[in-house]
Design a protein around this ligand. Structure first.
Ligand code: ZN
Ligand code: FE
Length: 255
C-alpha cells in the first residue's frame, strides 16, 4: 500500500516531511529540525510518530530529535558514519542497506559531500526520494565536509534512480538555484520553462517540490556535469565530470 506524504515548511526555508503507512499506522518524520512544527503537523493529520529518519547531522535537521524521541518513544534511524555527531540514533545504516517502515521498504543511498555521512532514503515502490541537503531542485548542497569526487558519486547514484522518482529535498532554494542554473546554462529551454514554473508556484504560495528526477536531469546543472555545454561554461576542457562538478560548485559558492 502506498505511503502518504505530508510536506510543510519550518525555520526560514527548510522542508519537513511526514510519511504515513496507512496499513500499520506507522508515521515517520524525515529529519527533525523543529519539534514544535513537527508535532503540529502530526496533530493536523492525527498521526502518531513512530520513526525518525535522519539524513545528516546538521542542527537544522536534528535539533528536535531528542524531544521527539522522548515524547513519542520513536525509533531513530541515521547514518553509521555520523553516529558520533548525532545523539539518540538507534538504528545505524549505510549506503546499500534496506530498512522497513511499516510495510514499506526503503533503500539507503550514500549521498556524502554536504557532510561525510549524508544519506538519502528512497522508497522504490512509490519512487519517492528524500535526499536532505545532498540535492536541491536545480542545485545541490554546499560541499562542507566531502570532496568533489564523493559528492559527484552521490549525485550520480541519485541520477541512476528511475526517471519518475519524485525528489523531496531539505530546503526551498529553487528560485535562487534557478538564477544560477540559467547563468550557467542559458540556452536550455527545459530550464527556462522550469524557472517560469518555479516563479508561478511560489507566487501561488505552493511548494516547488516534489520535482521529477527526469526534469532535474534535464535542468539541474549539477546533475549534468557530463554534458559538454556545462563543462565549457565553467571553463573545463577535460571530460572528467568530477572536475566539472568541482568548478561548478565553486562558481555557485561565489555567485
Ligand atoms: Zn545541512
Ligand atoms: Fe539543511
Amino acid at each position: 500500500m502506498a505511503i502518504l506524504i505530508d510536506i510543510f515548511k519550518y525555520f526560514e526555508d527548510n522542508f519537513g516531511f511526514l510519511l504515513h503507512d496507512e496499513e500499520t499506522g506507522a508515521t515517520a518524520t524525515i529529519d527533525a529540525g523543529d519539534e514544535k512544527v513537527i508535532i503540529a503537523a502530526l496533530k493536523r493529520r492525527n498521526w502518531e510518530l513512530t520513526d525518525i529518519f535522519i539524513t545528516h547531522h546538521h542542527w537544522d535537521h536534528t535539533d528536535g530529535l531528542l524531544p521527539l524521541k522522548e515524547k513519542f518513544n520513536a525509533k531513530v534511524t541515521g547514518s553509521f558514519a555520523e553516529k558520533d555527531k548525532t545523539d539518540g540514533l538507534d538504528v545505524l545504516v549505510k549506503g546499500g542497506d534496506k530498512i522497513m517502515f511499516g510495510t514499506t521498504e526503503f533503500d539507503i543511498i550514500e549521498t556524502a559531500g554536504h557532510t561525510l555521512g549524508h544519506i538519502s532514503y528512497f522508497e522504490p515502490e512509490g519512487k519517492n526520494l528524500f535526499c536532505g541537503d545532498a540535492l536541491f531542485s536545480l542545485g545541490c548542497g554546499r560541499m562542507f565536509e566531502g570532496d568533489a569526487k564523493i559528492m559527484w558519486q552521490g549525485l550520480k547514484r541519485i541520477s541512476q534512480l528511475p526517471n519518475e522518482t519524485k525528489i523531496y529535498c531539505g530546503h526551498e532554494y529553487s528560485r535562487a538555484n534557478a538564477k544560477f542554473a540559467r547563468y550557467i546554462d542559458p540556452d536550455n529551454k527545459y530550464l527556462k520553462q522550469r524557472q517560469i514554473e518555479i516563479d508561478e508556484q511560489l507566487a501561488n504560495g505552493e511548494f516547488t517540490i516534489p520535482v521529477r528526477l527526469a526534469d532535474e536531469k534535464a535542468c539541474n546543472p549539477f546533475l549534468r556535469c557530463e554534458d559538454k555545454t556545462i563543462a565549457a561554461r565553467v571553463g573545463i576542457s577535460s571530460d572528467d565530470p568530477i572536475e566539472v562538478f568541482a568548478a561548478l560548485r565553486k562558481a555557485k559558492d561565489v555567485f
